[in-house]
Each structure stands twice: as structure tokens, then as C-alpha cells.
Design a protein around this ligand. Sequence first.
Ligand SMILES: [Zn+2]
Length: 233
Amino acid sequence: MALHTHPTHHPDDDLLVAYASGDLDEAWSLLVATHLAVCPICRSRVEAAETVGGALLENIPTDDLADLSDDALERALERVAATPPDFVGERDGSGSLICKSTSTVTPVLPQPLRDYAGGDVGELEWRRLGSSAFHIPLVSGRGAPAARLLKIPGGTAVPEHGHNGLELTLVLAGSFVDDGERFARGDVETADTDLEHQPYAEAGSDCICLAVTDAPLRFRGPMARLVQPFIGI
Ligand SMILES: [Zn+2]
């Protein structure tokens, strides 16, 4: 039975708006861009934010802008309905969920993440992280938000990979469960690392994630603050 799936856990709207406004640091931009590659819903929201942002720059009167933002969102959502998913989930003989592309084989790492990492998951040099997991640092700036790929064997706990602040984890393969909630391909978990939480990868296959830690430095730039009221955030 083919099962059409879109992500069910998305980045916060203010992160999407900041992305549309070009206000995000590298690590956060990478995570949002990767999520957009597998999430037509968020693509439409970013498009709406860009449309409204462009209109603001062109000094369109505010009254017209209110109509425009409704309109832009509606049109964008219509496009979502017409967009086929880039993969479908199916159960194989043993009952595990496998991802099958609707056309050719879908890489685990969507663009632009694949370019960033230098290949798809099978071609990368994974480094050990703790006793059972592996990782590949992708963006590491002194004091700036950091991004890394994580590979956690099914049935084991996700190792601690942040310290203080915000932590976003985007699932690319397999799945993990945190506090009773399940996260699978395309899903983004937003966690405050001060919270006690111990996610674990579900048995069956490796869980591959993109994890970004530390508070974004320019989370709400001037453009994001301008756009937010018009798309109802
Ligand atoms: Zn989304």
C-alpha cells in the first residue's frame, strides 16, 4: 500500500520568515533549506513571506498589502495541492517502512545538503560519536550555530549533541521517538536543550538526522520583523 507522506513537524514560522528574509546564519539556513526540499507546505509559506517582503520593499500601501498576503498564501497553497510528494513510504516484506521514489531513487540527503556534505550518506566518512553513534560536522563556527549530520543505529539513544540554547533536529532517514512523539523523514524537532529529553532511534534502520544547535544569532532581522505581521505570525 502506497502511503503519501509529508512532514508533520515543521520549523517555527519565525524561522521560515527569517529564512525568506535572508536573516539566518549558515547552519540554520542549511536546515531550513533542507526541510524545504522535502516539505511543500513550508515552501509555500516561504514563498508567501518572500512575496509580502518584496511588496513591502516596493512601498505598496498597507491596505493593499493585507489583501496581497491572503492572496499570496492562497495561491501558494493551491500549488502545494498540485505538487506530488518527492517520495512515498511503503512497507517491505518484514514490515519496516521504506522510502521509494515516485520516479527514480531518491537520495537520503536532499540538495543542498548533499552538496554540503560532499555526497550521499553511503559515500561519507562518518566519525564515531560516543559508543554507538556517528557524526559529520558540516558547519562549525566559534560561537556561531553549528550543524552536523548524525547517524544513530536503530534501537539506541540519540547522543547528546548540544549544550545550551535551541536545538533543531531534521530527520532524513529512519525515525526517532522523543517523549512519546515520533519524528520521521522531513520532520523537524524543535527542542530547548535545557529540557531533559532522551530521544531514541526506532529499531529497524539507522536514523540519519541533520542537527543544528545554539541560538541563532540573527533570528529576527529587520526584514523578518517587518514581514511577520502580514502573514499572521
Ligand atoms: Zn514543513
